[in-house]
Design a protein around this ligand. Sequence first.
Ligand code: ZN
Length: 167
Amino acid sequence: MAILSILHYPDPRLRNKATPVMQVDDTIRTLIDDMLETMYQAPGIGLAAPQVNVSKRVIVIDISEDRTSPLCLINPEIVNRDGIETMEEGCLSVPGIYEPVERARQIRVRALGRNGKPLDMQVDDILAICIQHEIDHLDGKLFVDYLSELKRQRIRKKLEKQRRQTL
Ligand code: ZN
């Protein structure tokens, strides 16, 4: 397994729309394992392939406290949304920034699992929020897009300043 490097906002590569996985093979499984390792090491609760510069529709999530319940979704699709919930979100591609975002409280998702078999699940609360956040990445969307232009500008400036300081 390998730790992959994570792209940071406002990297334009985060804006690409990822393509569906045609076949769940060993290449995809290696990608999933590397993404999980990268996510755990960061640490974060979710990671989408475009964040590690792979333009494929793959996401990994683990919201468990002991970090032992990885969930991986390939070609995920939200087929139903219900309710509204606002939660403070963060993102490994927007380090150190946490802002409230409004999303559906409950969703039904269809996807393929790590073994290539279809999954159909109904999830709510933090897992539903997390899945929506990660699927946005597959469409080139970031949580900062839900904020005001002014707030987004401030975040961009803050991250650029951080980057200069670490160089
Ligand atoms: Zn994110």
